[in-house]
Design a protein around this ligand. Sequence first.
Ligand code: AHR
Length: 477
Amino acid sequence: AAPCDLYASGGTPCVAAHATTRALFDSFIGSLYQLKRGSDNATLNIAPLSAGGVANAAAQDSFCNGTTCLITIIYDQTGRGNHLTQAPPGGAAQGPEAKGLDSLAAGGGAPVTLNGRKAYGVFIPPGTGYRNDATNGIAVGDAAEGIYAVLDGTHYNDQCCFDYGNAETNAQDTGNGHMETIYFGTAGGSGAGSGPWVMADLENGLFSGQNRNSNPGDKTISSRFITAIVKGQPNNWAIKAGNAQSGTLTTMWSGPRPTDGYNPMKKEGAILLGVGGDNSNWAQGTFYEGAMTSGFPTDAVENAVQANIIGAGYATTSLVSGPAMSVGSIVSLRATTACCSNRYIAHSGSTISTQAVSSSDSIATRQSASWLVVSALSATAASTPGTYYLSNVRPVRYYIVPSTSGAGKYHLTPLKARDGRMKRVIQPTKSQAVRRAALRSQLALLLQGDSISDGPQTLGSTSEEPGGDQWVDEMPT
Ligand code: AHR
């Protein structure tokens, strides 16, 4: 059974269930999350491939092909409407987006496979967060609840606060005991070793045990995928964690509440992901799935949830998603965050920055934001298979190779010694100086992203320059 079926069978039903990777009920076939793409602001809901199944990542790949996508909504699977959307500004921090909203996560930021099927998690850099301040059925006051999440155990920092769980409804720090969330990272309190640790954000404190001191029972996390649990009931709460790919859960803390304002708790029932209760938004992490329950789940149910997560078969996959970058093609790199999606990585001389560039700007401006894809661009690249070269098809072939005198510098090399065929070719029709000058100008154009006369060059293709020179793009043999 899926996690929320297990929680229900234990009498502690899910009142919020969020996952971009899979259904958390065996019967769930509705929308898991919504994407918005950059090219036209169109939106698309992603559902499981089948009831209870893995998300339809192929639909995302198709929808986002050639553009960028943001995760705009993480839907609640319980039917209570506890969806997560872009977090608002709070008492501690404004987000980087318009009106102080936090950023949204990029759709392709956290690719994984579940039993071999591709899916995407929610990759949260600093400044990114989701929230729902008007929820239905989430614990308030001292009421009991359970929270679990599957996270990336290698993506964290020492800032406040990569949280998932119960928080204030006004994004302000309203005092001790007003939050009860999973926290993951190395901020605040600590456990054994150097971290990261699963802790609890109970407001004005990240707790690894009963107080803000170190709790040696809270072990450092070392697995790539982790199951994290925080649960609380009157004057009792627990932290548990385990490897989400194998093994059992470890109880990191189980015992009474902290004393200074945390007993009884004053939970408010908002839900947040990736930020602190007052929108402290300097933390980072990756969320794959999670749920919140009504009632204090039993260890037996949580063990069954852990077994189900293991059975889901989370595994890493290539970080490369979307269209492949092909050596020799010319690309521009655009920012995806909503504040800045008109900005591209550009250079002014040797200085790199992001600049607002559009198709109506001058060629020089557009060239400054265009980049040639090369591979193995290093001092040894000239002899590295896969390196991209331009060569003149005229008899004496000059190759453009990276210079050993400094990164970003090139020189022209006849490469006769490498290529016996060079010795048998006919006389050049133009002087060496003319050919060298032409090569230099073509290199300059390529480095600035000009598509020469017939678009990006591909290995083996030829093109005729206006001046009559013919060029072939090839690997030296
Ligand atoms: O408890 C840690 C953090 O402190 C909370 O998330 C935030 O609201 C406050 O700044």
